[in-house]
Design a protein. Sequence first.
Length: 429
Amino acid sequence: MRVLVLGGGGREHALAWGLARSDSVDEVFVGPGNPGTSSVATNIALDAVNPEAVLQVAREKAIDLVVIGPEAPLVAGVADVLRSEGIATFGPNADGARLEGSKAWMKEVLASAGVPTAMHATFGAGEEDQALRYLETMEGFYVVKTDGLAAGKGVVVTESIDEARDAVRSYLSGDAFGDAGRTLVIEEGLTGPELSLLVLCDGSLQGVALAPAQDFKRIGAGDTGPNTGGMGAYSPVPFVDDQIIESVMSGSVALTLAELKRRDIEYRGVLYAGIMMTPQGPKMLEYNVRFGDPECEVVVPRIASDLGVHLYEAATSRMTTKVEFTTDSAVTVVVAAEGYPASPRTGDRIEGLAEANAVEGVTVFHAGTRSSDNAEGIFTSGGRVLAVTGCGASIKEARSRAYQAVGYLDWPGITFRPDIAANAVAEEV
Ligand code: AMP
Ligand code: GLY
């Protein structure tokens, strides 16, 4: 099978790496990819959100399966175009991608489906006064979210009503996130540990849960500072047993897939359930329509069966092969540029890549990197630069390998959280 992966971040490097190891896969292309993906696949210069450009490459390269990594091409309807041309595609059509493209719509689907979630209200143009008044009714802390896509940065969680008010004003005016923020969702603040459950879906009413993961959203140690796309992740999660996964799958996930079907939406791809384990039970914080990044960088290395087979079966509506996982644990530490998430510094030469990659059990996935025509080496080109994944017999071993590798890396202003999976090591039996 010839596979094309769309995207160019750490998630796509992990997917291309997993596909390249699959017996079912003969050749992997990544468009546009990055210097990391070029070590396991062939990169193709490509605008992944342009359906016609993607279609042309898929035809030229005789692609059997397109795997769409990021949300933007999904929301833009790239899957719709590929499917209508008869190309097997992993990733939902634009109708299903709306789950991530509009938080207001996602909340409406959850309500219709009867999925437990945070209490909320939606506000749009001309409703600033109502939104500010709604804030006054909240207790504890405040959560304000852009309706549209904001690369994981459109969520403010704060105890300060002034900060929440500022978010409301800057979102609705369009100053902060343009059109993505002109509609916003205000919701009740929930507490509890978070869980990312990635579910493979083939358009039927039943999905298949991949190994659970936990993500670290805040930039700073001890969960402080602004939200990011994710600063690290680990899998498995000690406090999540099979029974919890089963109850989420037969409850919230099944209800959601049934509600989508009722709306004539056939969902094929990953349904990423972002769950908070509250004292009242699991509640759905959000759905995403793609693999989590960096969750993908710990879940894919733990898949023992053939990733290419699973993605192809999901894309072609006949998931039958059982997904098998290794008993290994995986921990990934995101190494970021100075100034991330607000304004990352880029263009610095990355030192120590080879040494980091040589650590036993470690794979360094590239996220924001580029090569240069004029100079040797690999340079930083984005906020999240690398995702350093360590695998091992325990979370403790996986974690220590990942941090050993991180220790070899260097560039001016290099930033990472020192506490990824630290609590999980303490909880591990
Ligand atoms: P989202 O993009 O909706 O997943 O939000 C990003 C992050 O913000 C989540 O992973 C949580 O850490 C936090 N968050 C979102 N919604 C809430 C909420 N209702 N209560 C507390 N924290 C939240
Ligand atoms: N790691 C969070 C996300 O992919 O949205």
